[in-house]
Ligand binder design. Structure first.
Ligand code: SF4
Ligand code: SF4
Length: 286
């Protein structure tokens, strides 16, 4: 089983469009949406949720008023000022350090596990999808990404799948690092702008730091051919495979509006270029 992740130095470069296209092209695969902060692969794949699970992460203190002796020790001790003078914990301010529980003489403090989001196993027209939703203002998206990756891998093993195709998290933070572990190829998508190259360079450095093989795609390359040439020479200089270039094509947006991948849309141009990219990836990873 091979795992491919599609990533980008920032959001909005066409990462999900490419992942959706690969979902349509690859046979015998499981898909995973690791962009848990702004998941949108489901817009293309229209999943039907079959399993729904809670994602628990971190703890919040709660004071049992029946046991509390109102000694005030916890109020004085909490360095996050999360406990009010009438001994109520503010869950937004509480960092879950459990110091108040440790010092409470009445054992009145309970540490409750937070429900920080949900994760799902869904059926789509292309096969199984593991995806997730982080609760509003919740942190720990890296932990949720790691969970989605683990569940997708387990499902792929159970279904004897040949591929796990992953829509990675954007940027270079904790979620993208969690997207990269144990990956056979990270496909970096960029656009032909200076900031696009800068963002791609940063995420490539992160991938290489973790010894993940990298290939690069320039999306909408014809909007700035000079910059696309600069990206080509950057790849050449840094020994990065430029696996394909995709032209700007309005059909990509038209397909998206209809909830289809570009592969399912009667089109040429970008669609054919994406098919070629997939064939190259397939050959490279067989
Ligand atoms: S330390 Fe315990 S007993 Fe004292 S005020 Fe806090 S919760 Fe109540
Ligand atoms: S768990 Fe830590 S942060 Fe939360 S109320 Fe207790 S001492 Fe404060």
């Amino acid at each position: 089983m091979k795992q491919i992740v599609v990533i980008s130095g920032k959001g909005g470069t066409g990462k999900t469009i490419l992942t959706g296209a690969f979902a349509a092209l690859a046979e015998n695969k499981v898909m995973a949406d690791c962009d848990v902060d702004a998941a949108d692969l489901h817009l293309l794949l229209s999943p039907e949720i079959e399993q729904r699970h809670q994602f628990k992460s971190g703890f919040t203190a709660k004071i049992d008023k029946k046991l509390c002796k109102e000694c005030g020790r916890c109020v004085a001790a909490c360095r996050f000022n999360a406990i009010s003078e009438d001994f109520v914990v503010d869950p937004i301010s509480c960092e879950g350090c459990a110091f108040c529980k440790f010092i409470c003489p009445a054992e009145a403090v309970i540490m409750q596990e937070n429900i920080a989001g949900e994760w799902y196993i869904s059926r789509t027209r292309f096969g199984s999808l593991v995806h997730a939703k982080l609760g509003i203002a919740e942190e720990n998206s890296g932990k949720l990404v790691a969970l989605v990756r683990q569940k997708a891998k387990e499902l792929a093993q159970k279904e004897d799948a040949d591929w796990v195709i992953i829509d990675g998290a954007p940027g270079i933070g904790c979620p993208v690092i969690a997207s990269l572990s144990g990956i056979d190829c990270a496909l970096v998508v960029t656009e032909p702008t200076l900031s696009g190259l800068h963002d791609a360079d940063r995420v490539i450095k992160v991938a290489r730091h973790f010894s993940v093989p990298v290939a690069l795609v320039v999306n909408k390359f014809d909007l700035n051919t000079q910059m696309s040439e600069e990206i080509e020479s950057y790849c050449h200089k840094n020994n990065i495979e430029l696996i394909g270039k995709i032209s700007f094509d309005e059909d990509v947006v038209k397909a998206l509006v209809e909830g289809k991948t570009i592969i399912e849309y009667p089109s040429k141009g970008a669609k054919e270029q994406i098919i070629q990219i997939w064939e190259k990836l397939y050959q490279r990873m067989r």
